[in-house]
Every structure is written in structure tokens, then in C-alpha cells.
Write a protein that binds this ligand. Sequence first.
Ligand SMILES: C[S@@+](CC[C@H](N)C(=O)[O-])C[C@H]1O[C@@H](n2cnc3c(N)ncnc32)[C@H](O)[C@@H]1O
Length: 245
Amino acid sequence: MHLETWPTRHYSEEDLRDTFDFMADRYVDQTVVVSRGHYPEWMNQVASLVKAWKPKSVADIGCGPGYLLRRLREAMPEADILGVDYSQKMLAQVPDDIPTAHEHLDDWADSEEKTYDALIMTFVLRDQPDPVQSLTKLQKRLAKNGHLVILETQTPDGWRHWGFNLYFHHWMPWWGRRVLAPDWHGAQDMAPYRWLSDSHRQWRESQSLPEVLRQLGYDGMESHRPPTDVVMLWSARATGLEAKA
Ligand SMILES: C[S@@+](CC[C@H](N)C(=O)[O-])C[C@H]1O[C@@H](n2cnc3c(N)ncnc32)[C@H](O)[C@@H]1O
């Protein structure tokens, strides 16, 4: 597996941001429903995992409307917590007392030197046009010995993959078009649940994520969900990266 073989995708990032803007005020409610009630459990697991490392600073990259930011704030009231997102409408849902940066993650990674003890991306990496480039850029903002956390969709191993494929690639786009987002007036390929299904389909190299992280210089990759699950949750440490202050 070589980094160069990881998928890159061609689409307008501006169009995708419009899709997220459109979803902002219904995102949490609908994600709870579409995940069949599992979304809060996934977010709580991420918050508990991060809390156990006792980080002084945490950045949630692609924080959306801030569901996880709220959980992090409750779990670690003393920590310096930041949400980063390029959708202003998503950020408008984040409580005022949680600092946010309205930026594309690449620009945020380049924008200053401050590093974080933990960087989190939940349901964000899969949508990047060049995930390896995003992971590479974000290294600049991770403190030495800091932790990276990635939660993403996963086609489950075993018999569950039949039901998952039926749900994710047939039922969900139809449900999205007819019930969840019938008021979407943009291009059909950018319709929220069509996009979710397609972007998961293109996330086909996802099983090589730990190997990609290793090649980028991360260490201590740990999986926190089984391969039979519909989400993957990985953490990695920045021990092998260039020393940061
Ligand atoms: C699917 S939502 C996930 C939101 C949240 N992390 C969660 O798990 O509920 C993806 C979020 O990432 C943001 N996003 C996607 N790509 C981004 C990028 N390149 N830079 C900044 N934000 C991005 C979107 O605006 C959206 O709010």
C-alpha cells in the first residue's frame, strides 16, 4: 500500500460546503435518526477516549454544529477546546462560549504555529479531496506525543455488510430525497444523503488508514471499534513526527 494509491476525489469544495450549510440546522437530529440512535454513543466514546489522555488542548476539525464540542466541554471543562469548520451555518449552532475558527482545515493547518494535544476528525476525513494531504497538513498542528482521533463510516465485515449496503446505498438516498431533505434544490449528486452514500462508497481504501498513518510517521495506532461495526474509530500518536514544542 502506497500513499499515492489512496483515493483523491474531484468535486467542487464550494458545492460541498453548500450541502453542509443546508444541513446545519437539521444535522444533529437527522444524524441521530440516520445512525439509528448510535450517534450520541459514538460521540460520547470519542469524548471519553480523549478525556483519558488528559489533554490541555483539543481541536475538533470539521466540528459541524458542535455536538462533540459540547461533550468535550462537559468532560474537560479546563481544557482549551477549539472547533474548526468551513461552514459558517454549522458554526452558528456552536455555543458562544466555545471558540471556533471559520476556516478550511488546510488553511487552519497553515495559519499559525500553535499545536494541540489532541486533534479530532469525526466524519470529515472521508470527504476531503485528498485525505493524505489533509492528514499531512494537520501534523503541523499536533503537539509531539499528541493524539489524532479519526471516526469514519465503515462497511462492516461479515453478514452485516449486506444490510449495510442496502441501507446506505439504496434506502438512505431515497429517504433523504423524499423525507429528510426534499427541499434540497442543488445538484442531485450533492444532495445530502446521496453525497453521504457516494462518499462512503469512495472511501474504499479506508481499511488501509492505519498503514497510511504509519507511513506519515504516526505511532501507536489503536482501533476502538470492531471491523463488524458500521463506524471505525482510530487513534494514533505523534511520537514519530517532527518534534514540536
Ligand atoms: C459530516 S459533518 C461532521 C460534523 C461533526 N464532526 C460530527 O461528527 O457530527 C462534516 C463537517 O466538516 C466540515 N468540513 C468538511 N470538510 C472541511 C474542510 N476541508 N475544512 C473545514 N471544515 C470541513 C463540514 O462543514 C461539516 O460541518
